[in-house]
Design a protein around this ligand. Structure first.
Ligand SMILES: [Zn+2]
Ligand SMILES: [Zn+2]
Length: 100
């Protein structure tokens, strides 16, 4: 199919359109009911309370909201440098236990 130039405008215009749509959180199957515009979705998913994490320092697994309490309790010397440090110590899992 040939789309005449001008029908959907520029690629940038298309991206701007796509960014205004609502997208469900990728953790929707875990119970997150939030929807977002594209640029906000990634920010949210990085901090979604329904995201599943695994600690790289021990066998612990759990939801994002349980992550910080775990690190503070079990690895108190490792959490002095904020969220980036926490992220580097953990790996996100999908709801089926697969690394994402
Ligand atoms: Zn979410
Ligand atoms: Zn741990």
């Amino acid at each position: 199919m040939v789309i005449p130039v001008g029908t959907i405008g520029s690629w940038t215009g298309w991206l701007q359109f796509a960014e205004k749509l609502d997208y469900p959180c990728k953790n929707a199957h875990l119970g997150c009911e939030s929807t977002f515009m594209l640029k906000d979705k990634e920010d949210h998913e990085a901090n979604c309370a329904f995201r599943f994490y695994k600690c790289i320092l021990c066998p612990w697994k759990g939801l994002h909201r349980e992550l910080l309490p775990h690190l503070m309790r079990d690895h108190p010397g490792k959490v002095g440098h904020g969220a980036e440090q926490v992220r580097s110590l953990t790996a996100a899992y999908c709801g089926h236990g697969h690394l994402v």
